[in-house]
Ligand binder design. Structure first.
Ligand SMILES: Nc1ncnc2c1ncn2[C@@H]1O[C@H](COP(=O)(O)OP(=O)(O)OP(=O)(O)O)[C@@H](O)[C@H]1O
Ligand SMILES: [Mg+2]
Length: 628
């Protein structure tokens, strides 16, 4: 076998195999070029999923006559002024996209620079470059790609249906548009406008909320996202993170709505997926996913973008730092969001209430319920043993010995329930009606599960189990951070039978579990004996707890770092210590729960991302009854 040098066209086709995998990748390259050219408006049209035509027009700076033949040559670029591959300031840098696309299609370029008398055109057909000719066009560049892959028919066979290719093109456009809110984008598919994003002006009033970015995200991810997202802003060692993150209650069934941009470039990154998991681990069960768009801007030398043929992945110099920045910023922002639950929860609840709504339409908190294993073994949780709540109710009533009397049904029914501190008339403070608290005054309990409260302008319905679970969990975390989780010795140590692997897994983690207040040790093969439990959990069903912990540890063992693992385990424990649905509460206890929720971070959702309460505004209720 003789070694031979491959002809240029073949070399380009081989390169094209990597750079242009499908029509969407050609669209990506051409739109990125337009962005690099400083365009304010980019119009894309495709036909037959991009197979027969891809056209990209921009109003950017254009190319001069003599630039055109060079632009379609391999390894020719205007974007690497020095020879430093670590100093990349543009989306492009390799000078590969145009020659690759030209090698496998019929491509024509018409371009005009601002001060030129005319536009110039060049054609490339299956790699054969034609001569430059004058043409008529305004400032900017228009590139048309016809019959993509006609020169490599094998590739055509790998394309999916037109519909699937259409969707892939839309997704690329959405991503690029998200990262460049100042540019107007349109996409036409077979003559129909399927995507448009008008330019969002930079706001002079921007108070650090990244309004321009949010405006674009609203266009693309929808109004609901904008209403239910918190702004993210953090900076560390020259790395800047901005963006918006959805509230945990605004979650999705898959991870497709998670967008990361590094220096304006949409990328996929395992680090990002892991960081999101870590940041939301407290709030979401593992089959629910947050909606997030984050923008990372860092000095060019901190990130290597030359690691993937389609530039879809990057490598960070200090990935630990980046991960920490993302997790920290998200946690901080979610904590600030406090007990806010997403508006969509109330909206879909209202939707479900409306007479015309389908009767089978699930409420969001039903659809996101954790698996049945979570609920195993609650039956023997004794009501009297619920810790925290009774003591909180007592505290809450402390200012007046006879105060609880004021919470009798008749008194509260007139709406005059008052907060205890405010009722201290000796201090001369005007009474604060309970109703003016964010979660209002408890009015009653329905189905031994839901607390109904009246607020100044609406009704709040609280899922008592979900709410209490969150309270216990937050308290466990505080204890955990302080390094002292109060434990309670079991009078009779309890032996729990498990599989051998489960038992080993638990006993090798005995030290960590002890930190959380659970003291156990191996008990022969396939069993553990539990001696102490976290005091917060009260009279907990030990068997169920240990089984669930074994599940949790098996699931998260390798994927979460130690700290998050502990928190996940905390979550599992909290779930066991919670006021179960089905337990009757007194009004005092209900009000105590509401006040605790207001004072507790993240109390808008339980540990599994279900909302803990829904608020219905009077205005909305009036609409339901046609009063508005
Ligand atoms: N829409 C455009 N407007 C102005 N100049 C363009 C446009 N598209 C391409 N060019 C010019 O043609 C050159 C080659 O483009 P090409 O996409 O092949 O390479 P690149 O963008 O430099 O690098 P990469 O291969 O990483 O995309 C660019 O460097 C740029 O100077
Ligand atoms: Mg390019």
């Amino acid at each position: 076998m003789a070694i031979r040098r491959l002809p240029e066209t073949l070399v380009n086709r081989i390169a094209a195999g990597e750079v242009v995998e499908r029509p969407a990748s050609a669209v990506k390259e051409l739109v990125e070029n337009a962005i690099d050219a400083g365009a304010r408006r980019i119009d894309v049209a495709i036909a037959n999923g991009g197979r027969s035509l891809i056209s990209v027009s921009d109003d950017g700076r254009g190319m001069a006559r003599d630039d055109l033949p060079v632009a379609v040559e391999r390894h020719a670029t205007s974007k690497l002024p020095s020879d430093d591959l670590l100093d990349i300031r543009w989306l492009g840098f390799r000078g590969e996209a145009l020659p690759s696309i030209g090698a496998v299609s019929r491509m024509s370029i018409v371009s005009r620079q601002e001060n030129d008398d005319s536009a110039w055109a060049i054609e490339v057909e299956g790699g054969k470059v034609g001569s430059v000719k004058p043409a008529a066009a305004g400032k900017g560049t228009r590139i048309e790609v016809r019959d993509l892959f006609y020169a490599v028919p094998a590739r055509l066979k790998f394309l999916k249906s037109d519909r699937a290719e259409d969707l892939a093109v839309q997704e690329i456009m959405r991503r690029l548009a998200m990262a460049h809110p100042g540019i107007a984008f349109t996409l036409q598919q077979d003559g129909r406008v399927s995507f448009r994003a008008d330019a969002v002006p930079a706001s002079l009033m921007d108070d650090g909320q990244d309004l321009q970015q949010l405006g674009r995200l609203e266009q693309i991810l929808g109004r609901d996202f904008a209403d239910n997202a918190v702004p993210i802003r953090a900076e560390r060692e020259g790395i800047r993170l901005t963006g918006h993150a959805g509230l945990p209650t605004y979650n999705r069934g898959n991870a497709q709505h998670q967008y990361l941009f590094v220096n304006g470039r949409p990328v996929r990154d395992k680090l990002f997926v892991g960081a999101l998991r870590g940041a939301y681990a407290d709030f979401l069960s593992h089959d629910r996913h947050p909606v997030v768009a984050l923008f990372l801007d860092l000095p060019a030398e901190q990130v290597d973008v030359n690691v993937h043929p389609a530039k879809a992945e990057v490598r960070f110099r200090d990935s630990g730092l980046v991960r920490g920045l993302i997790v920290g910023a998200l946690r901080h922002a979610l904590a600030e969001a406090g007990h806010r639950a997403s508006t969509t929860v109330a909206q879909s609840a209202l939707g479900a209430l409306k007479p015309q709504a389908s009767p089978t339409m699930p409420l969001p908190f039903q659809s996101t319920f954790g698996g049945p294993s979570r609920w195993r073994g609650y039956d023997n949780l004794r009501p009297s043993s619920v810790p925290g709540l009774a003591e909180a109710a007592a505290l809450y009533n402390a200012p007046q010995g006879d105060f609880s009397g004021d919470f009798s049904g008749e008194t509260t029914a007139t709406g005059e329930g008052l907060a205890p501190a405010a009722r201290n008339e000796d201090a001369g403070v005007a009474p604060v009606p309970l109703q003016s608290y964010p979660l209002g005054a408890a009015r009653g309990q329905l189905h031994e599960t839901y607390i109904v409260a009246q607020t100044a302008d609406g009704i709040v319905i609280v899922d008592q189990h979900a709410a209490h679970e969150r309270l216990v969990y937050e308290r466990m975390k505080v204890n955990l951070e302080a390094g002292r989780v109060p434990r309670q010795v079991l009078l009779l140590p309890e032996v729990v039978e498990l599989s051998e692997a489960e038992a080993t897994r638990l006993s090798t983690r005995a030290d960590e579990l002890a930190e959380l207040g659970l003291v156990l040790e191996g008990f022969g093969a396939g069993a553990v004996v539990v001696r102490e439990v976290p005091a917060l959990l009260g009279d907990v069903a030990v068997q169920a707890l240990v089984h669930d912990l074994a599940d949790a540890i098996a699931e998260y063992d390798s994927v979460l770092p130690l700290k998050e693992k502990l928190e996940e385990v905390c979550g599992t424990m909290a779930c066991h210590g919670s006021v179960r649905a089905g337990r009757r509460l007194t009004l005092d206890e209900m009000n105590a729960l509401l006040r605790q929720m207001e004072a507790t971070p993240h109390s808008g959702q339980c540990n599994h991302g279900r909302p803990t309460y829904v608020e219905l505004k009077l205005a909305d209720i009036e609409k339901l009854f046609g009063r508005r």
